[in-house]
Design a protein around this ligand. Structure first.
Ligand code: GAF
Length: 389
């Protein structure tokens, strides 16, 4: 079998040149500003953000680059090296944008709603975050555009404002009822750390993650099963969680205990809530395990998280289950599906010397099952969004 397919993050200097060249070719002028924003992979804490819970993601080295040039009129043109359909309209049309461009248009619209005077502009995006793989290509697009747009508006970058605007872009313009983890980590992550975010207090902090020092790597496997958060499954899970909290008379499941969850009468709603409450507990345990360097404990938490999502939250799929089971059989310390689910990616904690063997084992298992060939990438915890140059 040939060696496994790994998606490279790309060389930042080369990506900058590529986005500048693509911009010049699309608009016959060089961009004024380029910003970049990373995708993310979540270590643990799934479907907890919109329940005011805890999450523990890392930023990927894979990022989206947004090149912009202001215009003197109110027109906005949006193009991508990775997407076929460019979009053009006026500042007044941004809120009604549909398709992939809605994430970019929505970010500009939401910044303007927040009182930031973003002018008409030409925009071109280019990057290496795999699309539709559950690795937050949407948040990378929104955040890269928002950071670039703030520079054009000549305002100091306020990361909280950008996060809030990008969440509005995703929920109100793109129509994906997501919870805010992806935009927050894209804007606040640090290199060599995971980001512990508390969606009740709104606070976050770095959890240092020296994987290389421990001889470990995070292997992410894109199952290539399509994953779209605007489809109904994500929203249905969110509705079940809201129903559970409402029946318990609580503002959110963050405030629920396992004993309270056990009193819920509807089996499906009870299992959804059981996942959320147990998963929030696993994030706390995972932070303690990472801080203690207890990687076996982290692996065990990955395993329990996956079972909870597979059996109680019901957001896994045969490809994710096979990737997870095969990774562990081939030497991963732990593995789980990651992100919104219904396809997308798995994450495996793997001794560096086993990475290639684990990836190959997954490839072989997928071929034997008749599944599409997966793609893999490595996820050294990387830095947040910012201007480039
Ligand atoms: C997606 C959403 F965008 C996040 O807000 C989060 O809910 C995640 O799924 C599941 O943990 O990435």
């Amino acid at each position: 079998m040939p060696s496994s397919s790994f998606v490279a993050p790309g060389d930042p200097a080369a990506l900058l040149e590529e986005v500048r060249a693509a911009f010049a070719s699309a608009y016959a002028a060089p961009p004024a500003v380029v910003a970049r924003a990373p995708g993310r992979v979540n270590l643990i804490g799934e479907h907890t953000d919109y329940n005011r819970g805890l999450v523990l993601p890392v930023a990927l080295p894979h990022a989206t680059y947004a090149a912009v040039l202001p215009r003197t009129d109110d027109r906005v043109r949006i193009a991508s090296r990775e997407q076929d359909e460019p979009w053009a309209g006026t500042l007044d049309d941004l809120e009604a944008t549909t398709g992939w461009a809605a994430y970019a248009a929505g970010a500009i619209w939401a910044l303007r709603e927040a009182g930031i005077d973003v002018p008409g502009l030409d925009l071109l995006v280019h990057g290496t975050v795999p699309l539709g793989a559950g690795l937050s290509s949407s948040a990378a697009l929104e955040c890269s555009v928002a950071v670039a747009a703030c520079a054009l508006a000549d305002v100091e970058l306020d990361r909280r404002t950008v996060i809030d605007a990008c969440i509005r872009a995703e929920t109100e313009v793109a129509g994906a009822p997501t919870g805010g983890m992806d935009q927050t980590v894209s804007m606040l992550a640090s290199r060599d750390a995971a980001l512990l975010i508390d969606f009740d207090s709104g606070e976050s902090r770095d959890v240092p993650l020296d994987l290389a020092g421990a001889g470990l790597a995070l292997l992410v496997t894109d199952t290539r099963v399509s994953h779209a958060l605007v489809d109904g499954g994500y929203g249905a899970r969110r509705a079940d969680c809201e129903q559970a909290a409402s029946e318990l008379g609580l503002p959110s499941l963050r405030a629920a205990t396992a004993e309270q969850v056990a009193t819920l009468t509807d089996d499906r709603v009870r299992r959804r809530a059981a996942h959320v409450v147990s998963e929030i507990g696993r994030v706390t345990e995972a932070v303690a395990a990472v801080e203690a360097g207890d990687w076996t404990a982290v692996g065990g938490l990955f395993a329990r998280s996956h079972v909870s999502m597979r059996d109680d939250f019901e957001i896994s799929c045969p490809e994710l289950d096979l990737a997870v089971d095969t990774a562990v059989e081939a030497g991963a310390i732990g593995a789980r599906m990651t992100g919104g689910g219904f396809g997308g990616s798995s994450i495996s904690l793997v001794p560096v010397e086993r990475v290639e063997a684990v990836a190959r084992a997954i490839d072989t298992a997928f071929a034997a099952a008749g599944f599409r060939s997966p793609a893999h990438l490595l996820a050294p915890p990387s830095a947040a969004a910012g201007l480039v140059d």
